[in-house]
Design a protein around this ligand. Structure first.
Ligand code: SF4
Length: 342
C-alpha cells in the first residue's frame, strides 16, 4: 500500500490522520511544526512525539518534498529555482527581490493546459497536477534552503500552471501556508493568479480569503478569445461578474494583470476600453511589458506606448503600476517558466 505523504494533508487532514492512529489531537500540531517550522526530513527527528508514534508514522507515512536542482540568478537579482519532483519531473519557482523582503512565486502544475498564446509555459502543454505538498514544498525549499529564505514574506501562485485548474490541491496548499502551525503567512500576503476560471473564483472566495489577481490582457472578447482560449468558455461578462462576487475584506483590491503586446492590445483606445470594462470594480492594474521568449509571436511595445497606456488609466483614476520585468534574461519572468533542466 502507498504511504500517505503528510505534506499533502491539510491541517484538518493531519488531525484526522493522527486521531485515526489513536493519538491526541494536539500531536497533529506538533507534527506540523516539525514539518513547517523546523523543516524536518525524517520522523525520527520529531522528538516531541513518542517513539511509538514516530515508528508508526515511519511505517505508514512519508514526508518528502521537492528538491532544489539548480538556481539561476538574473542581472536584477531575481532567482529562478529549478526543483526536482519525486517522479523526476521538474518545476520552477522564482524568488523576486523587493525593498525589504522577497516574494516567492510558486507553481501549481507541471506545465499548463490553458494555452495562453503569450506564455511559454502554456506552449509546452500540461504534464500533471502538483500535490499540495509539492506546492508548499517549493516554499519550504526556498525558505529553509536558500540564503534569502528568512526574508521571503510574500507568496504568489503565478508560476507554472493555472492554480484554479488544480483547485482542491491549491486550496489545501493555501491552508497550510496560512496556518499558524504551518508556514504561518498572513492571508494578506498570499495571492492567487488566475486566467479566468469564473466558477472557481466564486468558490475560492468562500473557501480561502487570499488576494486575487486576474490575468486580463485584452479589452474585449474578440481579442481575449484569441489570446486566451479560456475566454471562449468564460467570456469577460462572466469573468467580471465572478470578480464582483469575490469577497474582499477591508481595503483590499482585486488586481488585474495586463500584459502589453505591441500592436495587439496596447493603444490608448484599448486603455479607454479597459477603463470602461473595469468600472465600479475595486481594483488596481499591473501593466507588464511582454517578455519575449523563443518562438513568441508577440513583441514588447515601445516605452512611449506603455507610458501612454498607463496615463489613460491614471486619468480614469485607476491605480496602475508598470511592473518592471524581473529576471527576463534567465527566462524567469511572467509566462517564461518551462521547468526544463537545461
Ligand atoms: Fe497557463 Fe498562466 Fe501560462 Fe495561461 S499564462 S498558459 S494560465 S501558465
Amino acid at each position: 500500500m502507498d504511504k500517505v505523504n503528510v505534506r499533502d494533508l491539510s491541517p484538518e487532514g493531519i488531525e484526522a490522520y493522527i486521531t485515526h492512529l489513536g493519538k491526541e489531537k494536539y500531536r497533529a500540531r506538533q507534527l506540523m511544526k516539525w514539518l513547517y517550522h523546523f523543516d524536518a526530513s525524517s520522523f525520527q527527528e520529531m522528538t516531541t512525539l513518542s517513539r511509538q508514534l514516530r515508528h508508526h508514522l515511519e511505517e505508514t507515512a512519508s514526508l518528502d518534498g521537492p528538491e532544489i536542482a539548480k538556481i539561476l540568478t538574473a542581472a536584477d537579482g531575481t532567482k529562478k529555482v529549478l526543483l526536482r519532483l519525486r517522479d523526476g519531473l521538474h518545476i520552477e519557482s522564482v524568488l523576486i527581490p523587493g525593498r525589504n523582503h522577497w516574494t516567492a512565486c510558486l507553481s501549481t502544475q507541471v506545465g499548463c493546459a490553458m494555452g495562453c498564446r503569450f506564455c511559454f509555459t502554456g506552449a509546452l502543454g500540461f504534464r500533471r497536477q502538483l500535490t499540495p505538498g509539492e506546492i508548499t514544498g517549493q516554499f519550504t525549499a526556498l525558505r529553509f534552503r536558500t540564503p534569502e529564505g528568512p526574508k521571503v514574506k510574500n507568496v504568489v501562485l503565478m508560476g507554472m500552471g493555472e492554480p484554479l485548474a488544480n483547485y482542491d490541491h491549491t486550496v489545501t496548499a493555501v491552508r497550510i501556508l496560512t496556518d499558524d502551525a504551518g508556514l504561518g503567512l498572513s492571508n494578506r500576503r498570499v495571492t492567487i493568479s488566475t486566467c479566468g476560471l469564473a466558477p472557481w473564483i466564486v468558490r475560492l472566495g468562500q473557501d480561502v480569503c487570499v488576494n486575487l489577481a486576474i490575468s486580463l490582457n485584452a479589452p474585449d472578447d474578440e481579442r481575449r478569445d484569441y489570446l486566451m482560449p479560456i475566454n471562449k468558455r468564460y467570456p469577460l461578462a462572466t469573468l467580471l461578474a465572478a470578480c464582483r462576487d469575490y469577497p474582499m475584506p477591508g481595503r483590499r483590491m482585486l488586481t488585474f494583470e495586463y500584459i502589453l503586446m505591441a500592436g495587439v492590445n496596447d493603444s490608448p483606445a484599448d486603455a479607454e476600453k479597459v477603463a470602461r470594462l473595469l468600472k465600479n470594480l475595486r481594483c488596481k492594474l499591473n501593466l507588464i511589458v511582454f517578455n519575449e521568449f523563443p518562438g513568441a509571436e508577440f513583441r514588447a511595445p515601445a516605452p512611449e506606448a506603455v507610458a501612454a497606456f498607463q496615463q489613460t488609466l491614471l486619468r480614469h483614476h485607476y491605480t496602475s503600476i508598470i511592473r518592471a520585468s524581473r529576471g527576463s534574461d534567465i527566462l524567469a519572468a511572467c509566462g517564461q517558466l518551462t521547468g526544463r533542466a537545461d
